[in-house]
Design a protein around this ligand. Sequence first.
Ligand code: PMP
Length: 382
Amino acid sequence: MNTKKLLMIPGPTPVVDEISVEMARPVVSFKDKTFVDDFKWTIDTLNQMWHCDGKLFILSGSGTLAMEMAIANTLKKGDRYLLVSNGYFGDRFDEIAQKKGIIVDRLRTENNQSVTPNQIEQKLKQNIYRAVSVTHVDTSTGIIAPIEAIGQIVSRYQETLYIVDGVCSVAAEPCDMKTCKIDILFTGSQKAFGVCSGLMMLWASQRSLDRRISLGEIPEYYCDYQKWLPIMDDPTKYFATPSINLIWALKKAVQIIQSEGLIKRYERHIKNAKAMQCAFESMGFKVYAEHSCRAHTLSNLIYPEGIDDMDFRKKLEDEGIQVASGVGDFFGKMFRVGHMGNVDQATLIATIAAIEKALHWFDDKFDLGKGVSTYLNEICQK
Ligand code: PMP
């Protein structure tokens, strides 16, 4: 029998039918009023929802393009920049900045906890940094950084812009530009918005737009704020062809978020994550991140003794569940389960059940039903 595949990787996340149909709509011109009005609505609505006093950019491309856009419009050759990394995706900023000749100072976690606001403050006291970047949730470790507390500290340093990679957090973990004092926040369409991959959204504060002006000419072309500002103000204008159907899909995703309510959405993610993580622990996995800095968008699970990564993920795939491998140093030791976006409880229960079944298949010392019952007990708590 051909089993239906459940997409339980930490992005792309499952796409609900209401969003899928938007991607299947007949394509129109990017000048067509039905599209232009929707594009404008999506830009303005997302700007307001994340309390941005500057501009939101929606471009075709993935989260990595947004990382590059953030650096390109903030820093120039010779500038000093503080990179805070809680894993593989934080480290990626290093390569981007090095290519531009930016001087990078790194603060990197050495265990399963986040770099602390205090460590960041010590660095800020020692040097003048033109920017600090922090990854809100590093998808490689499942560590969440205290971005609000960090924002309070960074905002005391006039020269320093605060960049937050929200690829694995925005629309699932509480955060907005104003409360967290962020200058640049970005994400991709394929994570907590529950759209296919292909779009990036980047919120730039007024301070960030001003910094871009102060840089003068920059070497980048496609991701230069200045090229896109006229289009984000008035989407009847052209710079490069927008992804029409993906933008429609994003509009629907935003409407779904509005009808759920952002606060309720955050609460749902927190509740589901806690129940999932309790269930995984009851089954014998170790959740990598320490309790105080555990993300709610995914779980990064260390295998119990004797379970082979490749064999296990193959078995799970046969059961109809796709999970992700560990990345970097964690390859072979960890697998990752996404639980963000528009994924429902029935899908989460099916995921836990299939994981239990696979574990039991490898070794019958692993009980059947323990994970599902732990999840249900947690989720049903009043
Ligand atoms: N930052 C984080 C935190 C991510 O999780 C990812 C992708 N998993 C990226 C950046 C890069 O995004 P993309 O793969 O869409 O280019």
